[in-house]
Design a protein around this ligand. Structure first.
Ligand SMILES: Nc1ncnc2c1ncn2[C@@H]1O[C@H](COP(=O)(O)OP(=O)(O)O)[C@@H](O)[C@H]1O
Ligand SMILES: [Mg+2]
Length: 305
């Protein structure tokens, strides 16, 4: 199943997305053949943004997330608001497309800081499954994936999106550390999982926007396809329109984290609350922010709230 890359006609693109914002470097072996070993995500799922494969590149196994294409016109924050008049498609795609969303988030995570803050390797190691860069697939890999029945939704590539991609419609992928036997979330790691989300939100200004159990591998997040990393054009637009909606979005991970604890029936008394000033309605931080609720006196029964 080893496939040669065959994309020699394209020069390297440098970090993506282009421009000043956070961005991700190319994987160190852009032209080494990929051996496709096995699909890692659930084949039956619908509405997915990508396919995940165990691959071997230069004798090392990785998880390769291969992205479908998308069109900003199907994003309600773009077509449904005045943002479409202010933000050209060429830029909008960097804030709405799942591949670019992951590139921006991982660019920030790898850097481990937002401007002016000091670098923290701990944040990089704690918060997310390690990323090794992006890859643009060659024709043969693309044909092989299509022969496996994958639809990259290239029909969404209208002339404006093609222009925004500068005519480069190679299939986009992100190389990550392979977790051979992903640990689920449970009472023993849920606190660290919240710490990951809290660090992402408050220190790196990354809002995952899709907090759910299968986007975690152990206590680390693995999926940033829906994430918003500041500075983010949609958040800036919402800030102008009325801070409440923007701050609601900034607090969404907190809300979703609580919902996840309930949905997954994780036997924990942890309930999280917004921990950053801008996520709170009132000024200042609540003294109980982000803490585990005190344990009940009677400890012989575990009752799920
Ligand atoms: N690095 C990884 N190692 C092992 N399995 C992974 C890895 N990344 C993703 N997966 C598997 O693939 C699934 C989907 O990955 P995800 O990034 O959430 O894709 P999508 O954006 O399509 O939801 C995960 O729930 C997990 O089961
Ligand atoms: Mg996912």
């Amino acid at each position: 199943m080893s496939k040669a890359r065959g994309n020699s006609s394209h020069p390297s693109k440098g970090p993506l997305p282009p421009g000043d914002g956070p961005n991700l470097h190319e994987f160190r072996y852009p032209n080494v053949p990929i051996k496709w070993i096995k699909r890692l995500d659930d084949e039956g799922r619908e509405g997915n943004q990508a396919f995940i494969y165990r691959v071997r590149i230069a004798a090392q196994d990785y998880a390769l997330k291969v992205f479908k294409f998308s069109n900003p016109k199907s994003n309600p924050f773009y077509w449904g608001t005045r943002l479409q008049n202010e933000l050209p498609m060429k830029k909008a795609i960097f804030y709405t497309d799942p591949f670019y969303a992951e590139c921006r988030a991982y660019g920030r995570i790898e850097d481990g800081r937002v401007d002016g803050h000091s670098k923290s390797p701990r944040i990089r190691q704690q918060t997310a499954v390690k990323c090794y860069g992006y890859l643009l697939l060659g024709d043969r890999d693309e044909r092989w994936l299509m022969s496996q029945g994958h639809d990259f939704e290239a029909d969404l590539l209208d002339s404006e999106v093609r222009e925004a991609l500068e005519g480069d419609t190679r299939v986009r992928a992100i190389v990550k550390h392979l977790d051979e036997s992903p640990e689920p979330l449970h009472a023993g790691n849920i606190g660290r999982a919240w710490e990951s989300v809290r660090l992402l939100n408050n220190y790196l200004k990354i809002y995952n926007m899709d907090i759910k159990a299968n986007n975690f591998i152990g206590f680390r997040l693995a999926d940033f396809g829906s994430s918003w990393t500041e500075p983010h054009e949609i958040l800036q637009y919402l800030d102008k329109e009325g801070k409440d909606i923007a701050n609601q979005k900034r607090g969404r991970d907190t809300q979703n984290f609580n919902d996840m604890i309930e949905e997954e029936q994780i036997p924990t008394r942890l309930r999280v609350v917004p921990t950053s000033r801008h996520q709170l309605r009132s000024k200042g931080e609540a003294p109980w922010a982000g803490r585990v609720l005190p344990k009940r006196r009677k400890r012989n029964t575990i009752k799920l709230d």
